[in-house]
Write a protein of this length. Sequence first.
Length: 174
Amino acid sequence: MDNQLNYYNIKREYALKFFQVPKVFMTNDKYKKLSAEAKLAFAILSDRLQLSIKNHWFDKAGNIYFIYTGEQLEQILGCGHSKITSIKKELTEAQLLVMKRMGQGKANRMYLLGPEITDNDIYGIDQLETAENPLAEEVVNIDLPTSMNDGQSETLDKFRLLKNSNLDYPKNGN
């Protein structure tokens, strides 16, 4: 009977951990030009903020900072020193990262800045989330059983899926 129970499993929970990339990076011209590596680095550094909060790493103004060495970024991104320098420069120029020197022998503080969001970005993000797929030809109804154990035709919910459709976001000319 144990094989029918849906236990939470530590491996499954760790497999479902993600870094999050803001959708505004895909809609705002200021951020669209960022390299994929810079967008991923931002997501990694954003995740690192949680550790800073746990460690009470705040400056006098209450701004959260973190310490993340170039070597750590090199390891997690699988690239070299010059690429990390380029990524940090991209994030700094996009006003997403500030680095403050703390003096000789002390680690630099890094501050992550939130991306700017305009009304156009809100519209663009909404379009990404709700855009209809122009490749869809036909709608298919799918019935989900109320239980995996019974073979009854009773359903929990009905879906409408697009037949022969691509679930990716539509590509535009950019």
